[in-house]
Design a protein around this ligand. Sequence first.
Ligand SMILES: N[C@@H](CCC[C@H](N)C(=O)O)C(=O)O
Length: 318
Amino acid sequence: MDLTLLKVHGSMNTFYLVEGPERDDYNELALRLTALDSEADGLLVVLPSLQADAKMRVFNRDGSEASMCGNGLRCVARFVCERQGIEEAVIETMKALLKVKKEKTLQDGIARYSVEISPVSFKLKDLPMVYEDNDEWLLKPLPFLSDDIVFSAVAVPNPHLIGLVPAAYQNDQSHQQKWAEFFNGPNDYFSDGVNVSYVTKVEEGIFVRTFERGVGFTNACGTAMTASALISCMAGLVPFGNVNVYNPGGMVQCQVEKKGEEIRLLLTGNATVLSVHRFQWENEVEDSGFKSVTELEEQVLYEKFIEQTSSISDQFAQ
Ligand SMILES: N[C@@H](CCC[C@H](N)C(=O)O)C(=O)O
């Protein structure tokens, strides 16, 4: 089968995007593509939907399917809005119908979209996480892990474990890597694995580094950045409202509103198309492969944007 793929990114969280019918082997396609491209964090599939303008499925580098992807949703939002000539849409995801919207471009040319991140749950059963007889785990050290990091568990709806850390843990990532690898292997706490983020306050917001389930360290994880902004607001690290979230791949804005139990989260950032690919997808691995690549110019502008945000991100080892 001859497929047309877009290589896209949100904050340098990079995916192949394909449009197609429902089928049960997109995990295989994700594995084929990521085996050929070490930059790709996974695959986004845009499908027809009976309830929304389109449906998104997301597959990690290792072929596992995730319930949500914030950076990926911005790229899907752009694809659907441009295809239909609209500025707002609703996208069906595994657990929710989410509103997406075209926003004013960044630096006069970088396409920018906002996406709803929902539903949000602090219930450990929704991640799932099991730790003694706790129902929630918010802003408390996990004693077996460290005494000086407060951790929070939140599902948005994919699972996140978020630690508020001093800068030293950003410069030496071995602590984060060790525990993220442990929680994503056979373990008693997270039966489905978990995305692990370390968050540090910076002058104009927060810096977030994420070790993603099914991927490893990534330039950025949209759901993790939004969940981290929520936890940072709840911890009093930054005020509720708009939070600038810096990451190794750039910067996004997360809008965090919490009224009692009701939480509203919005993630806004770039949705960039890097290149267009033709890919031959056959049963045999040796018959599959890229047939052509057309590079686009959009990344030039994005690189300039990164230069501006790098004064903050460069405080930490990349
Ligand atoms: N990078 C994504 C999240 C992708 C899914 C994640 N690895 C999971 O398995 O939950 C994002 O931008 O949110």
